[in-house]
Design a protein around this ligand. Structure first.
Ligand SMILES: [Zn+2]
Ligand SMILES: [Zn+2]
Length: 333
């Protein structure tokens, strides 16, 4: 099923004509709970990986003293999916309860220093994702992360891999996996994608100062929240990033090591449609879905929770060889 963002409830360019020249395409990925295969674009699905290419690992020290077993987290997720497929008043079975108990955090005595195979976060085939900014010849983007997010310096370990799908002649049949992860919140529940391209405008603090001042005045006058209309929530490719700063300060995207201003590549968003706010990002196909009566929730299908933070991967427009820049932004929307 496709997913369709409804017409904007408010046309920002009618209020601020200057925005027309600042529009950017963004591809909302619209992840939904599913069972993706290697040939599919996915969040939390298996990756198309050559058998002779080393699987990326994180070798940094992890200052955590509690971990959860990955297999138990996965089993608990599937048990919850099964539980919610039955009538609401039917209690969990003892087997389901035992599965949940196994996924509780376990204490460890010293920082976790074993090398950690990275977890697949997303795999995007260019054929599925309009506007995917692939390097020449590449048609597949793969993103993996270390499931211990809190490294020194607060920067997650992220691996971004572009490849040509037809160059993978002999596939890795079984990917290495970490036995334990920091939190169940860092394991992406498997989702299939329904990409859709829509228009975004700069976040408030990326507007030229004169426009930004008018937007502030408009917000105070009308009670509207500009960013809710301008920036698409959820998991997405491209568009405008949300840049952290005091609301009144102008903020640029991060710079690459080469000095160039980077551009948003991939965003691990919060909820897919910000609850009931006025931005109107909930797809028309999901208008009747009731998040309180299904698991995983339709608007939060990946179950990734980085504590009210978006994780953004920025790319250098000068060269695909330059390393991506990783940013975490606290967002209250
Ligand atoms: Zn790590
Ligand atoms: Zn660069």
């Amino acid at each position: 099923m496709t997913r369709t963002t409804p017409p904007r409830p408010l046309d920002l360019t009618a209020v601020f004509p200057e925005l027309a020249t600042m529009s950017r395409n963004v591809t909302r990925l619209h992840p939904r709970s599913g069972s993706p295969e290697v040939e599919d674009s996915s969040v939390g699905g298996p990756l198309l990986w050559p058998r002779d290419e080393p699987w990326p690992t994180c070798t940094r020290s992890h200052e955590v003293y509690e971990v959860v077993e990955l297999e138990a987290v996965r089993a608990a997720h599937h048990a919850t999916v099964a539980r919610w497929s039955r009538p609401e008043d039917e209690p969990s079975t003892p087997e389901e309860q035992a599965i949940h108990d196994r996924s509780n955090p376990k204490k460890i005595d010293s920082p976790y220093t074993d090398p950690v195979p990275l977890l697949p976060v997303a795999q995007l085939y260019a054929r599925d994702v309009p506007g995917l900014p692939a390097p020449d010849g590449a048609d597949l983007l793969q993103i993996l992360w270390c499931p211990f997010i809190d490294h020194e310096g607060d920067i997650p370990a992220i691996h971004v891999r572009w490849r040509r799908a037809d160059e993978v002649t002999v596939r890795l049949s079984s990917a290495p996996e970490p036995t334990v992860i920091e939190l169940e919140d860092y394991w992406p529940a498997p989702c299939v994608l329904h990409p859709e391209q829509v228009t975004e405008y700069p976040d408030l603090n990326q507007l030229p100062p004169a426009v930004g001042a008018r937007v502030h005045a408009w917000q105070e006058e009308t009670g509207h929240h500009y960013t809710e209309f301008a920036v698409a929530p959820g998991w997405k490719i491209g568009g405008w990033g949300v840049v952290s700063s005091d609301d009144r300060d102008r903020a640029d995207p991060p710079r690459c090591e080469c000095g160039a201003l980077t551009e948003p590549l991939f965003t691990v968003g919060l909820s897919e449609w910000n609850g009931d706010n006025e931005g109107g990002w909930r797809p028309v196909e999901d208008a009747d879905a009731d998040d309180r009566r299904c698991y995983p929730p339709v608007g939060d299908p990946t179950r990734i929770d980085l504590g009210d933070e978006q994780l953004q991967i920025y790319r250098c427009p000068e060269s695909h060889e330059h390393p991506p820049v990783i940013v975490r932004v606290y967002q209250t929307l």
